[in-house]
Design a protein around this ligand. Sequence first.
Ligand SMILES: NC(=O)c1ccc[n+]([C@@H]2O[C@H](COP(=O)([O-])OP(=O)(O)OC[C@H]3O[C@@H](n4cnc5c(N)ncnc54)[C@H](O)[C@@H]3O)[C@@H](O)[C@H]2O)c1
Length: 274
Amino acid sequence: MNYVEKLFSLDGEVAVVTGGAGVLPGAVARTLMRAGAKVALWGRGTGHPVPEAAAALQSDTGAADGTVAGITVDTADEAAVAAAIEETEAALGTPTILVNGVGGNRGKAPFVDIDVETFTDVVTMNLAAGLVIPLKHFARYWIEKGQPAAVINFASMTSYKALSGVWAYNAAKSAVLNLTEGAAREFAPYGIRVNGIAPGFFLGYQNRALLVKDDATGELTERGRSIIDRTPFGRFGKLDDVEGVTLFLASSAASGFVTGVTIPVDGGYLTDNI
Ligand SMILES: NC(=O)c1ccc[n+]([C@@H]2O[C@H](COP(=O)([O-])OP(=O)(O)OC[C@H]3O[C@@H](n4cnc5c(N)ncnc54)[C@H](O)[C@@H]3O)[C@@H](O)[C@H]2O)c1
């Protein structure tokens, strides 16, 4: 094993990627597989079915049989999450990496027009389903087994600076930073590291309509244009932009003394000034 492999190889690891049929979580899953981990894609199955995503991941990466699983589970459902941990263990072995990829936004509105039901749904998706429930059940499982592990949460630019009109998403993603730090402190004595990635703007299923006016021509909405203008690298993120940071945070050889941090991958968006 050469030096780089020693630092970044994930041979022998088993990763669970929630929202694994989605755009960014799917890219993270591919990276983890390429580095040698077995990967279970967890997804709700509505819209983006996980069995198909798992089959595509296996054929894209040329992975051997028995190294990928697609598990249909709503991560907002505690009992289903507990059962999916067992199912993953039976299929691939003891999970050692959790990527909390579930999350997203739904539309935007002036504050005075907030629809409280939608607000609550978005907070639930990003916080309960997107972090708290999976982490609660995995941490319990790892602590009982005495198993060290790595967790990667998905924050956002809204974690640092409120974006206009997406009130629930702002509230939830700023809480992701806080929970990442707090959980890192709580679980450090068990060898469970909790870190985060804060992507800038990538075209996912749920934000595409807010940013792209015309898929055929690539013409952007006013909001999409404004984001590009404020991103010093002058573009949206590409999926391979998250590969290196994923490997770094997942590999205990590379980041074994790193916990509670969230790393922006944003083309400099957070440096925007006047
Ligand atoms: N795309 C971006 O620009 C961007 C920027 C910053 C942060 N993020 C965050 O990154 C993560 C992934 O974003 P994306 O744009 O790739 O999203 P995406 O919509 O492509 O993928 C999210 C997946 O999660 C699944 N899902 C939603 N609720 C679920 C539940 N309760 N149980 C199981 N599966 C569920 C969806 O079906 C979808 O397949 C999210 O947390 C998002 O907030 C995205």
